[in-house]
Design a protein around this ligand. Sequence first.
Ligand SMILES: [Zn+2]
Length: 297
Amino acid sequence: VGKYQLKNLKGNTWIIEAPANIGLYTEDNITTIIDSGNDKEAGKQILNLIKGQNWVLKYIVNTHSNADHIGGNAYLQSNANCRICATKIEAAIIQDPVLEPTFLWGTLPLKELRNKFLEAKPSSVTDIIDNEGRIADTQLEAIALKGHFIDMIGVRTPDNVIFLGDSIFSKEIIEKYPVFFLYDVQEYLNTLDKIGALQADLFVPSHGRVSEDLTELIEINKSNVSNISETIINICSEPLNMEAVLQKLCGHYNIKLNCSQYVLVGSTLKSYLTYLQEKGLLEYYFESEKMLWRRKL
Ligand SMILES: [Zn+2]
């Protein structure tokens, strides 16, 4: 974690630029933050910056439960006694973060997967919120942005700044890690259309730069999905099991696997298999106790 800085975006809306950007909204010295950074160290720096302004941290709103967005929760809750808001299913993982490596591996996770990138420290969600509408008794509004994760939200502040969570990724990230995690490919595409129609003065992706206009970035994100889909369909010109498709996909995109990458890229590939099967572009069958995927003619 580098040295964090507080930057005003507009009115009462602020940002701490970090590997996963942190949003802040302060009115009458009462602060709500949107996501909490990677870990305890991030939490410490966030709290110091808030205290330095004589603000009081009252709420953390988590856009979703991935460790890089909730990593500061535990430190902040025990040191500032703040409330934590999240949608119901994301709250389950925030409270019992072992569910994250469990979900990725599919059962009792390997010990190597129980690392801080995949499993944050537990914290208590005090406010289960709807994925649309006013968030607890804050002035903030939730916007459902499903796709990257199960019930992810964006957050609009009264300054008409929208924090987008991981609903859209920067060009740099897509070039470096095109096969980033997706839970539901179709919902991710629907969400890209949805954010394209939102009116706001500023948009803040968690992993990307603040922007006034998302048009170009939405197209980059969409065409990345088309490229990956086409690549998988081509790989499945010959029937292959998931592991073999994964190997070829990694070859195509020059992805090197370790244990964490294996479950992240592997799960994302399975999300694409579900999506392409539902679209009638791929089908599976069983042969010699192998589940084989092939292009549907
Ligand atoms: Zn993220």
